[in-house]
Write a protein that binds this ligand. Structure first.
Ligand code: PEP
Length: 256
């Protein structure tokens, strides 16, 4: 089954809503000569909550057909949860995707595999596609090998997920995020293949054939093509390099 590659830009806590406007304008002019009308690659951007509306309005006005999403959501749908943002609100805003279980949330906000699983359920309840992040630290890699942590994290995250659910998994080795220490394409392939096997075991062969598995960790315009050549790598989750419009434009045009 052919899977449409997905390039996802995770802005993290960067670009306020005014800076986001300037960014999208720059992206517009960068893409101008070869507008991103290439349906063979899907692109999604994940601004901070406060910039989602500005980004969406500008992308629509500029006819840049990117999807957008949020970097997290609440496991609850509504109520007395100060500071939380419901998946219902994100869906109403037109978000298609939501990142769940990013290593920064696991580390700094103590999100456990069970919390990640509850957030996956919340996303699916509201028709959002969860981008489920998994990946090991260097110590975990040395201790239990390259695939064990991602396999274990994903097994919990997929508890109760129906076989026909639309999900994305992002393999992000923690040691490669924001460090410039990129995994090799072979290392990415090894874990992405193991991740696909978990999807097969939990959700069945059809889901495994359909589900997009991304690599994330110091992806740049200079290395994206090498990852995309791997059979189980269906795209990239890009952090730092997605903040520079010219660089992100070059990444999404990796085939050119
Ligand atoms: C990320 O945070 O999801 C990420 C992959 O970051 P970077 O590309 O900066 O390593």
């Amino acid at each position: 089954m052919a899977r449409t590659p997905l390039i996802a830009g995770n802005w993290k806590m960067n670009l306020d809503h005014l800076q986001a406007v300037a960014y999208v304008q720059k992206l517009h002019w960068t893409l101008k000569d070869a507008a991103h009308d290439d349906a063979s690659v899907e692109v999604a951007v994940f601004p901070p909550y406060t910039s989602i509306r500005s980004v969406q309005t500008l992308l629509d006005a500029d006819k840049i057909p990117f999807a957008h999403g949020a970097q997290d959501l609440s496991m609850h749908d509504a109520g007395a949860y100060t500071g939380e943002v419901s998946g219902a609100f994100l869906a109403k805003l037109g978000c298609a995707y939501v990142i769940i279980g990013h290593s920064e949330r696991r580390e700094y906000h103590h999100e456990t595999d069970e919390i990640v699983a509850a957030k996956v359920q919340a996303a699916l309840r509201h028709g959002l596609v969860p981008v489920i992040c998994v990946g090991e630290t260097l110590e975990q890699r040395e201790e239990s090998g390259p695939t064990a942590v991602s396999v274990a994290q994903l097994q919990v995250a997929l508890e109760g997920v129906p076989a026909d659910a639309d999900i994305v998994v992002a393999y992000e080795p923690v040691w490669a995020i924001g460090t410039g220490q990129v995994a090799s394409p072979e290392q990415a392939q090894e874990v992405c293949a193991a991740v696909r096997q978990v999807v097969a075991d939990k959700l069945g062969a059809d889901a495994a054939a359909r589900t997009r598995i991304l690599y994330g960790g110091s992806v740049k315009s200079g290395n994206i093509a090498s990852f995309m050549r791997e059979p189980d790598v269906d795209g990239a989750l890009v952090g730092g390099a997605s903040l520079v419009a010219e660089e992100f434009a070059a990444i999404i045009r990796y085939q050119k």
